[in-house]
Design a protein around this ligand. Structure first.
Ligand SMILES: Nc1ncnc2c1ncn2[C@@H]1O[C@H](COP(=O)(O)OP(=O)(O)OP(=O)(O)O)[C@@H](O)[C@H]1O
Ligand SMILES: [Mg+2]
Length: 251
C-alpha cells in the first residue's frame, strides 16, 4: 500500500478549494491563466496558493517574478509569499537547469513535492498542471482527490480536438470540471462554448489575445493591468459564485 496519497491529503487539509488548470494542448496558456488567476484571487483578499507542477517547463515564477525568495523549512517546506500568494515550484530547486526526468521519476518528484509542501490555510490553491495526458497528469488525477479542473481551450480545430480528448478523460474519470475558458480569443466564436456544453461543463468566458502579456511578464503590477487579468477577474467571480463543484468524494 502506498501511504503517500493519504499524506498528500493531510498536507492539503487546510486548503478549502483546489483548482487544477489544465488543457489538452501545450502552449495554450495554462501557466498564464494559472498565475494570473492566482493573482486576481489574492487581489480579492482570498488566501491563495499557486503550485507549478509542470516539471519540464515550469513557468509561473517567470510570469509572476520571484525576487529571490526561497521555501523555508519547518513542518515541511513552506512556500514563500510571492505577491501575496503562497507559491511552490520546482523552479526554486532547479534554477535554470533542465530536469531530465523519465516516467516514474516525474511522478516521484511530483508526489514528493506534494508530500513535503506545508500549505498554510488557503481559500484556494491553483495548480498549473503538466501538459497533456502523460503519466504525470494521470497520476495527479489520482492523487489530488479534491481537485476541480479548469480547462483552458482555444478555438482552432487542432486545439479543440485535443481539448475534447481532455474533457472526455476528465469526465470518464468522474472528476469535477469547474469550467472551460477560451484563451487567446481574437474573434467571436461559439466553438469552445459548444464543446463545454457537450460535456455539461460551465463555459466561463473568452480571454482575449493580449499582446502586452509578454512584456508584463515578471512584473505582477503590470500583469494585473492587462486585459487577460481583467477577463480572469470575471472568471474568478463566476468560480466563486458557483462554489466548489461537488461530486461524491473519490476513494
Ligand atoms: N491571452 C493571451 N494573450 C496573448 N498571449 C498569451 C495569452 N495567454 C498566453 N499567452 C502567451 O502564450 C505563450 C504560452 O503560454 P503559457 O506558457 O501560459 O502556455 P502553457 O499552456 O502553460 O504552455 P506549456 O504547455 O508549455 O506549459 C506565452 O508566450 C504566453 O505569454
Ligand atoms: Mg506551462
Amino acid at each position: 500500500m502506498d501511504p503517500r496519497p493519504a499524506g498528500i491529503d493531510r498536507r492539503l487539509r487546510e486548503v478549502q478549494r483546489i483548482l487544477a488548470v489544465t488543457g489538452g494542448k501545450g502552449g495554450i496558456g495554462k501557466s498564464s491563466v494559472a498565475s494570473v488567476l492566482a493573482l486576481v484571487f489574492a487581489e480579492a483578499g482570498m488566501r491563495t496558493g499557486l503550485l507549478d507542477l509542470d516539471l519540464t517547463a515550469p513557468s509561473d515564477h517567470v510570469i509572476l517574478g520571484l525576487d529571490g525568495c526561497f521555501p523555508t523549512e519547518d513542518c515541511g517546506l513552506e512556500p514563500p509569499l510571492v505577491h501575496g500568494i503562497q507559491f511552490m515550484s520546482v523552479s526554486y530547486f532547479l534554477g535554470q537547469h533542465p530536469a531530465p526526468l523519465r516516467g516514474a521519476e516525474v511522478t516521484n518528484v511530483i508526489i514528493e513535492l506534494l508530500a513535503v509542501t506545508c500549505w498554510r490555510a488557503l481559500d484556494v490553491l491553483v495548480i498549473d498542471m503538466p501538459p497533456g495526458l502523460g503519466d504525470a497528469s494521470l497520476d495527479l488525477v489520482r492523487l489530488l482527490r479534491r481537485a476541480e479542473y479548469l480547462v483552458v481551450a482555444g478555438r482552432s480545430r487542432v486545439v479543440l480536438e485535443t481539448v475534447r480528448r481532455m474533457l472526455r478523460f476528465l469526465s470518464d474519470s468522474g472528476v469535477p470540471i469547474a469550467g472551460v475558458v477560451e484563451n487567446m480569443a481574437r474573434v467571436e466564436s461559439a466553438a469552445v462554448k459548444e464543446l463545454a456544453q457537450q460535456f455539461h461543463a460551465p463555459f466561463l468566458g473568452a480571454l482575449p489575445f493580449d499582446a502586452t502579456i509578454d512584456d508584463a511578464s515578471g512584473d505582477a503590477a503590470g500583469i494585473s493591468r492587462t486585459a487577460l487579468a481583467a477577463a480572469l477577474r470575471l472568471v474568478r467571480d463566476q468560480l466563486l459564485r458557483f462554489g466548489p463543484s461537488h461530486l461524491p468524494p473519490r476513494s
